[in-house]
Design a protein around this ligand. Structure first.
Ligand code: HEM
Length: 477
């Protein structure tokens, strides 16, 4: 007993010592350690990172350092200098943090893994001529699922929850497009989706290592079942040559990974490619259903298209509504390990020193996306925010007279830029087009409001809602 008490005391003293030892050096950003030794601001960060970082920004400005569970994290919120800072890949390395998350969430260890060249390989896959092929394949799969799963026999109204309605369809169509094989039947597809959702719901806690024991069991069981369902040997048989799957498996074999690690890597890719489109479709349809003037404008534009599936079709109203949806809901964090002391220059001309061993964190959701100096009433959905008065796409945004490099950054930037963005936009456009033109879709409660966001998910891509919207739909005659 004395032993344990002694150990505990020593641990606490060590934490207190580490916490007190950190002081702000010359040229470093303002330091805010929080009140609790070692933990610092971890709880506020975990519960609602956006609210916490907004408060810090009000207190300290566009750059500050906070203590989060023993790590010192410098947060940079001046979006005009993101690209210049991130370009220094020598001082700022993305690998250690990416590997930490892969280990924690996917139990995945990729030796000799070079995320930068991996990102280049993936980016090539999502370019022409492949891009057109996978966009068409996605459209066919969406069409197949809508006719087979939601329009069966009925001219009656069907009820559903909008989030699961959107996530199911986009996930299944995306899975068939990128991972699909000739062997996939409807029951397997549904099982993959359901296991994926179990895992996805617990993913944030896995990343933060805050899963209680019973939920850890649920996460492990979903993970193991998905590993089986994504078994490379089974998949590769039916996969098309040169498919996403084939090229990825060749890559994993070149890295020398055994089957077990290959399965884990497949689950990682499944999450990366399927976790955002479904939730984005939910927010887009949800905002349209709760903003009748936006719904009318988007529907008119899409119905007027001659070749809705063609990339050549200009859809500024749809693009603006999608941009606005993503501005309000895309909330990835960009994190780097500071390998060497580094000076960063803000757009005001001020310079600050990043300390070796700390982390750098950039949060485009707060700036530019929710910055009230860039966007008037940033918390409101305005479908035409990204439209000029003449109906063309608006690209110029200003803050205190200074032109902003970005008015919106849902796809990340630099080496964190989403390689699947063109594919995602095409899929979302096609999905919304099909729903609005082939179905009557309405809210069960015409006065329902959009649910608030699940504040624990900041940092993990498109946000999830804390509630849902009840909808009913039936095919148009
Ligand atoms: C609205 C939908 C989407 C949004 C907002 C989005 C956003 C992002 C962002 C911000 C990143 C960078 C994350 C990071 O590096 O930390 C990313 C990475 C990525 N996205 Fe997307 N994405 C979407 C849909 C998709 C789709 C549909 C695909 C593919 C089918 C895709 C494939 C990828 C891949 C492969 C990565 C790279 C991950 C890595 O390097 O570890 N994304 N996405």
């Amino acid at each position: 007993m004395i032993w344990i008490t002694g150990l505990l005391l020593t641990g606490l003293l060590a934490m207190f010592y580490i916490y007190m030892r950190r002081t702000r050096r010359r040229n470093e950003p303002p330091l805010d350690r929080g009140r609790i030794p070692w933990l610092g601001h971890a709880l506020e960060f975990k519960n609602d990172a956006a609210q916490f970082l907004t408060r810090m920004k009000q207190n300290h400005g566009d750059i500050f350092t906070v203590c989060v569970a023993g790590n010192y994290v410098t947060v940079l919120l001046d979006s005009n200098c993101y690209d210049a800072v991130l370009a220094d890949t020598h001082s700022l390395d993305l690998t250690p943090y990416a590997q930490l998350l892969m280990e924690r969430i996917f139990s995945l260890h990729l030796p000799n893994h070079d995320p930068v060249s991996e990102k280049k390989r993936v980016a090539l896959y999502f370019k022409e001529p492949n891009l057109s092929q996978i966009c068409i394949s996605m459209q066919k799969n969406l069409h197949f699922l809508m006719t087979s799963e939601i329009t069966q026999e009925t001219a009656e109204w069907k009820k559903d929850k909008l989030f699961s309605f959107c996530y199911t369809l986009l996930f299944k169509a995306g899975y068939l497009t990128l991972f699909g094989t000739a062997n996939n039947n409807s029951a397997t597809l549904t099982e993959v989706y359901e296991e994926f959702r179990q895992f996805d719901k617990l993913l944030v806690k896995l990343a933060r290592q805050t899963l209680p024991r019973d939920e850890r069991r649920i996460a492990s069981s979903a993970q193991e079942r998905l590993w089986e369902l994504l078994c490379p040997a089974y998949l590769i048989k039916g996969a098309e040559a040169q498919s996403w799957l084939q090229t990825y498996l060749v890559q994993l074999e070149q890295l020398g990974l055994d089957t077990n690690m290959q399965q884990r890597a497949m689950l990682f890719q499944l999450w990366v490619t399927q976790c955002n489109a479904g939730p984005a479709a939910f927010w887009m349809l949800g905002f349209l259903l709760t903003h009748p003037e936006a719904l009318r404008a988007v529907r008119e534009e899409l119905q007027g298209l001659k070749h809705p599936l063609s990339k050549r079709e200009n859809t500024p109203v749809f693009n603006s509504a999608l941009n606005e949806t993503l501005r309000l809901t895309a909330a990835a964090l960009i994190v780097r390990e500071v390998m060497y002391d580094k000076m960063v220059r803000l757009s005001s001309g001020q310079e600050h020193l990043l300390r070796r061993g700390d982390r750098l964190c950039i949060f485009p959701f707060l700036s530019p996306q929710m910055d009230p100096q860039i966007h008037h009433e940033p918390e409101k959905f305005k479908f035409d925010r990204f439209l000029n008065a003449d109906g063309t796409e608006k690209q110029d945004f200003f803050k205190e007279g200074l032109r902003m490099r970005y008015g919106n950054m849902p796809w990340g930037t630099g080496s964190n830029l989403c390689p699947g963005r063109h594919f995602a936009v095409s899929a979302l456009k096609h999905f919304v087009f099909m729903i609005l033109t082939r179905f009557h879709l309405e809210l069960c409660d015409g006065n329902a409001n959009m649910p608030v966001v699940d504040t624990s998910r900041y940092g993990f891509g498109i946000l999830h809602p804390a509630g849902d919207l009840e909808i009913r739909f039936k095919p148009r005659e």
